[in-house]
Write a protein that binds this ligand. Structure first.
Ligand code: GDP
Length: 295
């Protein structure tokens, strides 16, 4: 995860390690490399520039009595800024409501169905919840089958209505079914398209309005970099979602999506997906991720 970014930042920050003190020149040289590393990681130019500017201001404004040497100081400042860039705080999932309704959104292939299963499994095992998974992809029967396979694997009931092609109705019926059967969390997996289109946006927006979920999560493939960020913007404009799920962080992702999605949509990354198996889910902690990046 983020191997290339880690290596480049490490090299950039290493140049300061031999210096006795922070100067305008050595800070500028280091930050030029930091900026290049961020750009190579697919962070957009404006965000990368503002990032290094903030670090520069802090580095040059430091009290000379700091106990950290220039190398350590710069690592600390960059780590703190990376943490802030990724949202600062850890933000959990809202489990209010009875039942809690969680709506999953995102493009086809982003990992929505897999993540719905992972989240169901996590809430069942870690939070002792009775979960109902709902298949709402009325266009692809294979997607419902996939959810049913996932449900069987983790021992969670899957609600679907074969023959009904109205996802609003299916969602509403599923919530009734959950109430009648003692379920306290309903996770609704919706249809995804290969690209943002009006029909898809109208459909998910209608479901969203009809069921008024406690939590709307936007799932995105972290390998898609700036495209992920643009898709997030389009979905957020329609849904004003509550949080982001970044999938496929186990792949060789450059890091751009993880680093910039928060600044662009101002919504926290809540979970990450780190593999295809049902237990490959983690709550996202910006500080731990920054630690990991700076190794
Ligand atoms: P959906 O179309 O959005 O429902 O996407 P799927 O859940 O079907 O996932 C698409 C593909 O990505 C499948 O082959 C999944 O196994 C895979 N996938 C999903 N999440 C992850 C992840 O975190 N890591 C990896 N390596 N693969 C994932």
């Amino acid at each position: 995860m983020f191997n290339s970014l880690s290596d480049k930042l490490d090299k950039a920050l290493h140049t300061l390690k031999g210096h006795g003190k922070i100067t305008e020149v050595n800070v500028a040289e280091t930050l030029k490399e930091v900026r290049r590393a961020l750009l190579d990681a697919d962070v957009n130019f404006k965000i990368a520039k503002e990032f290094t500017k903030r670090v520069q201001t802090q580095a040059l404004g430091q009290d000379v009595l700091t106990t950290l040497n220039p190398g350590q100081l710069m690592v600390k400042l960059v780590k703190d800024e990376l943490t802030l860039l990724m949202g600062g705080e850890t933000v959990g999932v809202n489990l209010g409501g009875s039942p809690t309704v969680i709506l999953m959104s995102g493009l086809q292939g982003s990992g929505k169905t897999t993540f719905s299963g992972k989240l169901a499994n996590y809430l069942k095992d870690k939070k002792a919840k009775q979960v109902l998974l709902v298949g709402c992809d009325v266009y692809r029967p294979a997607a419902i089958n996939q959810l049913q396979v996932v449900g069987e694997q983790i021992g969670v009931e899957v609600y679907a209505e074969v023959g009904n092609n109205n996802p609003v109705e299916i969602s509403q019926n599923a919530i009734k079914h959950a109430k009648a059967n003692g379920k306290n969390v309903v996770i609704i997996d919706t249809a995804g398209r290969l690209a943002v289109d009006e029909e898809m946006m109208t459909e998910i927006s209608n479901i969203h309005k009809a069921i008024n979920p406690q939590e709307t999560l936007f799932v995105v493939d972290s390998m898609t970099g700036q495209d992920a960020v643009n898709t997030a913007k389009a979905f957020n404009d329609i849904l004003n979602f509550d949080g982001v799920v970044l999938t496929k962080l186990d792949g060789d992702t450059r890091g751009g999506a993880a680093l910039t999605i928060k600044s662009v949509v101002d919504k926290p990354i809540k979970f990450i997906g780190t593999g295809e198996k049902m237990d490959a889910i983690d709550v996202f902690h910006p500080d731990r991720m920054a630690d990991r990046i700076l190794g």
